[in-house]
Design a protein around this ligand. Structure first.
Ligand SMILES: [Zn+2]
Length: 308
């Protein structure tokens, strides 16, 4: 179309000639945003399904093929998909690779001192921050496929309204936990944005990335913290092995205090497709319900970790 712009790296094929845009995404939370905003116009393939840890995920040959034939790739960025950096950097020509985290102002990002000068990538746990990625997806799709701008905007509006309600739900639920009891202990440090947004002190056994294993000293330190503070429940994550948190529970027990595994949280991956937790909204609701029920000692949704 138009003039010869072959040397322009931003050159885009004429989107109006294709039936559907082919989009590849990394984590399920991004897949969900693209599905909601893109609707029928977009054919989206999510690379990382339930239980997949994005910090450790290495793309398969099939993934690489999909990535290079996609119109658009949406990924989180901030080194979440740390084994994919090279591949994403090599994407060029007709494929557009977009880090949705670019939609968030740098001064709203957390920069934990122990994470080697990098930003914490787990944005989706502050629903208001994650809402910004919806705008990024909407704008990218509209720019690529201007004929359907109106549809992308109205889809995004509808989804943003639901996310606004979700944010309020999390706030309301969090308020049920007395502030002194708002301590969230999980397998890895995925919940810093959650803690900041909803007023919880958070501790993860492993750091921001699961690439570094927790050592015996980490287990002991966390066990001391839990016993000293008399924290009633800690939480396993669907994408991280529960073994190390079981070790923490045992170490706490040896100090004469009993901590429960309060349930399984969806941290870096959503639940199975077709279940409520297989959507971003469902996963966030599941997490806050599980946390609040376990920390307040109210029964109802305490679920045993799977695979026992
Ligand atoms: Zn993580």
């Amino acid at each position: 179309m138009l003039i010869g712009t072959g040397c322009d790296p931003k050159r885009q094929p004429d989107a109006s000639t294709v039936d559907k845009l082919s989009v590849v995404t990394t984590i399920g939370m991004i897949t969900d945003v693209v599905r909601n905003v893109g609707g029928d116009r977009v054919d989206v393939v999510g690379m990382m399904g339930p239980g997949i840890d994005p910090h450790l995920y290495k793309p398969t040959a099939k993934d690489v093929q999909r990535l290079s034939s996609a119109h658009i790739i949406f990924y989180n960025g901030l080194h979440l998909e740390s084994k994919m950096g090279d591949i994403l950097a090599k994407m060029s020509g007709d494929t557009k690779a977009v880090a949705v985290s670019e939609s968030v102002d740098r001064d709203q990002l957390l920069k934990p001192p122990e994470f080697e000068g990098q930003y914490d990538p787990h944005l989706w746990f502050d629903v208001t921050l994650w809402m910004k990625t919806v705008g990024k997806v909407r704008d990218t799709l509209s720019e690529y496929d201007p004929d359907h701008t109106l549809m992308y905007w109205s889809n995004a509006e509808r989804y943003l309204a639901k996310l606004g309600e979700l944010h309020q739900y999390v706030e309301t639920q969090a308020a049920r936990v007395p502030s002194a009891q708002r301590v969230l202990v999980t397998a890895h440090d995925a919940f810093n944005y959650f803690g900041k947004a909803y007023g919880f002190e958070v501790r993860g056994l492993q750091g921001i990335s699961t690439a570094t294993e927790a050592g015996i000293a980490d287990v002991q330190e966390l066990a001391n913290f839990i016993a000293d503070r008399r924290i009633p429940a800690i939480f396993v994550e669907s994408s991280v092995s529960s073994r190390s948190l079981e070790a923490v529970k045992a170490a706490v027990q040896s100090k004469g205090f009993n901590v429960e595994i309060g349930g399984e949280l969806f941290s870096d991956a959503m639940g199975s497709e077709g279940t409520p937790e297989g959507t971003y909204i469902g996963m966030v609701r599941h997490n806050i319900d599980t946390i609040v029920n376990a920390l307040t000692g109210e029964s109802g949704s305490q679920t045993a970790p799977t695979g026992e």
